[in-house]
Every structure is written in structure tokens, then in C-alpha cells.
Design a protein around this ligand. Structure first.
Ligand code: ARG
Length: 455
């Protein structure tokens, strides 16, 4: 069915139809389209613009369409241009004349603006739930690994000892901020565009506050041109999704490294690994690699939509139809990545012994040896030099600082006493780091309490 039959004389060319249509993808928000129409007609009836009888017929017709689509008995036949014309045409087929009154005081421009908002708002809730899921998993790993020592890195060189709990806590922070970003976006976008019409509002006495309230918005938008032309919130969402993907990608990179033969910090579960068709010994971290790899298409969606929007004059332009496919893809991709990644870390085993051994053999306690000297009155610069000499000596012998004899320590500085061994043990090195945010157990426990209250 064509919505603009009156003005046109020629049949639409098939290629033009195919190029112009959006039903093949905007069918994804059939539920939101129907939800919006129910609110619109409820408001129209309240204002006396349509009769209560017509309203009831329209609502039951719309609910019937929803049911049939969900049952699979009503198919999205490709003759319709978009989800809006599909629903309206089917409504008229079902209930006749009354169905023709639904579109009173509305345009597809405010309709699509509404549908997209409702869709993004629903998806934000789901993505937030998935983020909560990964946070719960991280919290579990943290609580189980408060004394699992491992090297902390800078420049991918072993730096100072930390714990696995502390390392996981860094990701906890990142995904918490991701939730905060989604919350901010939801808050800012939560204004209803319905009633903006094509661009300049309408002459019918619509109650925009009422329809906004029916749809769970904080209120109506205040400029009808902006209402139909605004896709900022989609761009913000894609930007938040890009950051989530970036976080997942960094985490994936670490899992891939840790799973390698060189690190052996983790053992991925068979269910989350794949084999090689030729090399029998291989167990590959494909899921982590795919999560890392899919980041590209999510960034792509962000840049694509920014570019689509950049030259558009006010108000609605058909270019904006391009917002959908990439946004849907980015949303589905991030949801898939979050779900799979959570499953992967839930089933990963951490090799505590390998992590601790790795922390030991990388001189991660060198700073603590220097601090020992400082605590015994040596200026830090001198202490740094003394420990540097000791490290050199250890490198020649192929041992760690803790393997030196007290005589060897004292040969470089007489300040060292027997208690140096205690001072540079992995346990002491970590536990003495008790400033808020540091890996010491006491500090970590405080932070974990805060994290728990957030979930
Ligand atoms: N499919 C269109 C979109 O996604 C719906 C709005 C169409 N409005 C119009 N005036 N052609 O943007």
C-alpha cells in the first residue's frame, strides 16, 4: 500500500521501492511502533479527536497485529515501505474505516523518532542488565582471589606485584562507568517526540504531556523541528557502545595473552575455545579474539552515523533512515559480546601458582627493597641505585632478589638486616599497599563492599 497515492500518477519502479524501503530492517521495532500508536490513539480519544468506539477498535486491532506478528501468522510482506505503513495498512484491513483515523495529528517523522527512541531505551535496559552480569562475575573472581599474587605491568614489563582481585577490579571500574554512561543517555533522551508531526506540530489539540506520560517519558520534547531531526541520542548510544567494546577488547587482549604458552596465567574452558584443523596441539581463544575483532564494526557504526548527520539541514531528511541498520547491528553485537565474554570468564580457571611465580621472577619487589632502605634512613635516590646494583647481580646469577643471601645484600649496603626477606616477600609487598584503591587485602575489602552495594 502506498501512503501517498493521491498525488502520484505513475507506479513506483521496483528498484526505487527496494532502495527506498526500510521494512526489511525497521520491522525490528514493530512492538515499539504498536506501543506508540496505542498511546497516540488513547490521547486522541481523551482529547475528543477520535471517538472512544474508534479508539477501542484501533487498540484491539493493533493488539491483534502484535499477537499475529509474534505468533508468526502475520508476515512482513515486502510490498510495504516501512513498519509504519505495514502496521497501518494491516489495521485498516482488519478493522476498516476506524483504522484510517489512527494517523490523525501524526507524521511518520515523529512516529519514527518515537519508535527509535523507545527501541534504544528498551535496549539500554538490556545492555545494562548484561553489564550487571559481567560485574557480578568480576566480583566473584575478586572475592576468590584477594591473595592471588601476580605481576602488575607497565609497558607490558613486570612492574610491581598486585593481585588478580586488583586486576579484575580495574575492569569492574570500567564496566561500572559504562553503566553510568548508559544511565546518563537514558536520562537525557527521555523526552517524547510524539506530536511534533512532520516538523511543525499540528493543528489538533493534542495533549503531548499525556502521551509522553503514557509512554514512560519524563515529558514531551519542546521543539518540533528538533524532535524529528534529533539523532544525538543514537550517536551517544553508539559512543557508549564503542567504549564498552573498547573495554571488552582490552580485556580480551589480556585473556588472549594470558592464555598463551608464554604466560599460561589462565586456562580457558573447552566450551569457549576452538581447535585447529591442522595443528592437533592447539586450543585457540577464538571467542576473545572475536570480541576484540568486532570492536571495529561498532566504531564503524559511530563514525557512519556521525557522518550521515553532519550535513543535514533541518528538519527530517530521508538520510536519517540510515541510522537503523548500523545501530541495530552495533546493539546486537555488543549484547552478544557481553554475553559470550561473561560466559568465558565464568568458566576460565586462573593458574594461581603460575601467576605468583611470574610475579616473583620479574623483580616486582625491587621498589619494596628500595623502600626498605628508605625506611632505614637511606635517601630514595641512593636506595634506587643500591637495588639497581643488586638486580644486576641477580640477573648475572639468574635468581630473584629474595634468593640472595644476607651477605650478598650487605656487600652492596650494610643497612640490610635479616628482616629484608620478610620485607620483600610477595605477601608483604602486596599487603603493605593499603592506600584506598591499592591491591592490599584491607584496601580491596573496603572497595569490594562499595561494589557490592552498587549491584
Ligand atoms: N523509514 C523512515 C525512516 O526510517 C520513516 C520516516 C519516513 N518519513 C518520510 N517522510 N519519508 O526514517
Amino acid at each position: 500500500m502506498k501512503l501517498w497515492g493521491g498525488r502520484f500518477t505513475k507506479e513506483e519502479n521496483q528498484l526505487v521501492h527496494n532502495f527506498n524501503e526500510s521494512l526489511s530492517f525497521d520491522r525490528k521495532f514493530y512492538r515499539q511502533d504498536i506501543e506508540g500508536s496505542i498511546a497516540h490513539v488513547t490521547m486522541l480519544a481523551k482529547q475528543g479527536i477520535v471517538s472512544e468506539e474508534d479508539r477501542d477498535a484501533i487498540i484491539s486491532g493493533l493488539k491483534g497485529i502484535l499477537e499475529d506478528v509474534e505468533k508468526g501468522t502475520l508476515e512482513f510482506s515486502p510490498e510495504y515501505e516501512d513498519i509504519h505503513s505495514f502496521v497501518e495498512a494491516n489495521l485498516i484491513k482488519r478493522i476498516g474505516e476506524a483504522g484510517k483515523r489512527l494517523h490523525t495529528g501524526r507524521s511518520r517523522n515523529d512516529q519514527v523518532a518515537l519508535d527509535m527512541k523507545l527501541y534504544c531505551r528498551d535496549e539500554i535496559r538490556e545492555i545494562d542488565e548484561l553489564l550487571r552480569g559481567i560485574l557480578k562475575e568480576l566480583l566473584r573472581i575478586m572475592e576468590e582471589n584477594l591473595d592471588t599474587y601476580m605481576p602488575g605491568f607497565t609497558h607490558l614489563q613486570k612492574a610491581q606485584p598486585i593481585t588478580l582481585a586488583h586486576h579484575m577490579g580495574a575492569y569492574f571500574e570500567m564496566f561500572s562507568r559504562d553503566r553510568g554512561r548508559l544511565e546518563d543517555i537514558r536520562e537525557r533522551m527521555n523526552r517524547c517526540p510524539l506530536g511534533a508531526g512532520a516538523l511543525a506540530g499540528t493543528t489538533y489539540p493534542l495533549d503531548r504531556d499525556y502521551s509522553a506520560r503514557l509512554l514512560g517519558f519524563a515529558g514531551p520534547t519542546l521543539n518540533s523541528m528538533d524532535s524529528v531531526a534529533d539523532r544525538d541520542y543514537v550517536i551517544e548510544l553508539l559512543s557508549a557502545l564503542s567504549i564498552i567494546a573498547m573495554h571488552l577488547s582490552r580485556f580480551s587482549e589480556e585473556i588472549i595473552l594470558w592464555n598463551s604458552n608464554e604466560y599460561r596465567f589462565v586456562e580457558l574452558d573447552d566450551a569457549y575455545s576452538t581447535g585447529s584443523s591442522i595443528m592437533p596441539q592447539k586450543k585457540n581463544p577464538d571467542i576473545a579474539e572475536l570480541v576484540r575483532g568486532k570492536t571495529g564494526r561498532i566504531y564503524g557504526a559511530l563514525i557512519a552515523l556521525l557522518t550521515t548527520m553532519k550535513g543535514l539541514p533541518l528538519a527530517y531528511n530521508k538520510d536519517m533512515q540510515e541510522d537503523k541498520e548500523m545501530t541495530f547491528d552495533a546493539i546486537d553485537t555488543v549484547k552478544g559480546c557481553l554475553a559470550l565474554f561473561t560466559g568465558m570468564i565464568r568458566t576460565t580457571s586462573f593458574r594461581k601458582d603460575v601467576m605468583e611465580a611470574s610475579a616473583k621472577n620479574g623483580f616486582t619487589n625491587a621498589t619494596d627493597a628500595a623502600d626498605y632502605l628508605v625506611n632505614h634512613g637511606v635517601p630514595f635516590r641512593d636506595a634506587h641505585g643500591i637495588v639497581g646494583q643488586l638486580v644486576l647481580h641477580c640477573l648475572e646469577k639468574g635468581i630473584g632478589l629474595e634468593d640472595l643471601t644476607l651477605e650478598e645484600f650487605c656487600a652492596v649496603s650494610p643497612v640490610f638486616k635479616e628482616d629484608i626477606f620478610e620485607a620483600i616477600s610477595m605477601k608483604t609487598c602486596v599487603e603493605r599497599r593499603m592506600t584506598l584503591g591499592a591491591p592490599g587485602q584491607e584496601a580491596m575489602r573496603k572497595v569490594i563492599q562499595v561494589y557490592k552495594s552498587r549491584l
